[in-house]
Design a protein around this ligand. Structure first.
Ligand code: G6P
Ligand code: MG
Length: 216
C-alpha cells in the first residue's frame, strides 16, 4: 500500500486535550495569572518543555531551571491523575471505526504525538495493537511544528511523506505536516487551523466515506 495514516493522540484519538489544558491552567493560577482556552491553542501539539516556556511567557514570569523542572513534574503528575481512569469510552467519536476500516484495507497506521505518555494512554484505550508504529515525545528532539515526528513515522512505515495523511487538532501539527507535503486533516475550528488541507469540526465528521474518497 502506498498510503499511510498518521494520527496525533491528544485531541484526535482521545479527549485528553482538556486534561492537559486543566493541568496547565492550574499551574498558571498558582503562579498568579489566568490562562484561557484561546491561549491554550498555542500549547496544543507542543512538547512539555516548550509548553511551559510559552505559558511562562504569557504570564510574564521567569524562573530558574530547577523550578521549571519541578513545575513540569507537578503538571505531569496532575495530568496523570486525570488520565488514571481512562478507558475506551474516552475514545473520540468515529476514531475506532476509522482504525478498523484502515486495518481492513491494510493501510499502515502510525501514531505521531509529542506526548511522553502516549503508550500507556493507548493501552488504557485498548488501541495499542492498531498501530504499526508509534513515534512519540520520547523519540524525537524537535517539537512540532518541526516535522521530525511525522517524518520518522513515515520512514518507519516505509511510506513516502506525500502519501501520508496526518490527522491533527493543533496548529503546530498542521504546520509540521504541511511543511513536508503530507496531507493535513485538521480537527477543530477553521480559524484555529489555517492551512489545513481538510478540516472537520469533530472526529465524527471525519467519516470512512471521506477517507475512502481521499484514498482514491
Ligand atoms: C501533546 C499535547 C500537548 C502536550 C504534549 C506533551 O502534543 O497536545 O498538550 O503538552 O503532547 O505531552 P506530555 O504528555 O509528554 O506532557
Ligand atoms: Mg493534539
Amino acid at each position: 500500500n502506498k498510503n499511510a495514516f498518521i494520527f496525533d493522540l491528544d485531541g484526535v484519538i482521545v479527549d485528553t486535550a482538556k486534561f492537559h489544558y486543566l493541568a496547565w491552567k492550574q499551574l498558571a493560577n498558582e503562579l498568579g495569572f489566568e490562562f484561557t482556552e484561546d491561549q491554550n491553542e498555542q500549547l496544543k501539539g507542543v512538547s512539555r518543555v516548550k509548553s511551559l516556556e510559552i505559558l511562562l511567557k504569557i504570564g510574564n514570569v521567569s524562573l530558574d531551571q530547577d523550578r521549571k523542572e519541578r513545575l513540569m513534574f507537578e503538571k505531569n503528575e496532575r495530568y496523570l491523575s486525570y488520565v488514571a481512569n481512562l478507558d475506551e469510552s474516552e475514545i473520540l467519536p468515529g476514531i475506532k471505526n476509522l482504525l478498523l476500516f484502515l486495518k481492513d484495507k491494510n493501510i499502515p497506521i502510525a501514531l505521531g504525538s509529542a506526548s511522553k505518555n502516549a503508550i500507556p494512554i493507548l493501552k488504557s484505550l485498548a488501541l495499542f495493537d492498531f498501530f504499526d508504529t508509534i513515534v512519540d515525545g520520547n523519540d524525537v528532539s524537535n517539537a512540532k511544528p518541526d516535522p521530525e515526528v511525522f517524518l520518522l513515522a513515515a520512514k518507519q512505515l516505509n511510506i513516502e511523506p506525500k502519501y501520508c495523511f496526518v490527522v491533527e487538532d493543533s496548529l503546530a501539527g498542521i504546520q509540521a505536516a504541511n511543511s513536508v507535503h503530507m496531507v493535513s486533516i485538521g480537527i477543530g475550528e477553521k480559524e484555529n487551523l489555517p492551512g489545513a488541507n481538510h478540516i472537520f469540526n469533530s472526529t465524527q465528521d471525519l467519516t470512512v466515506d471521506f477517507v475512502e474518497t481521499i484514498l482514491n
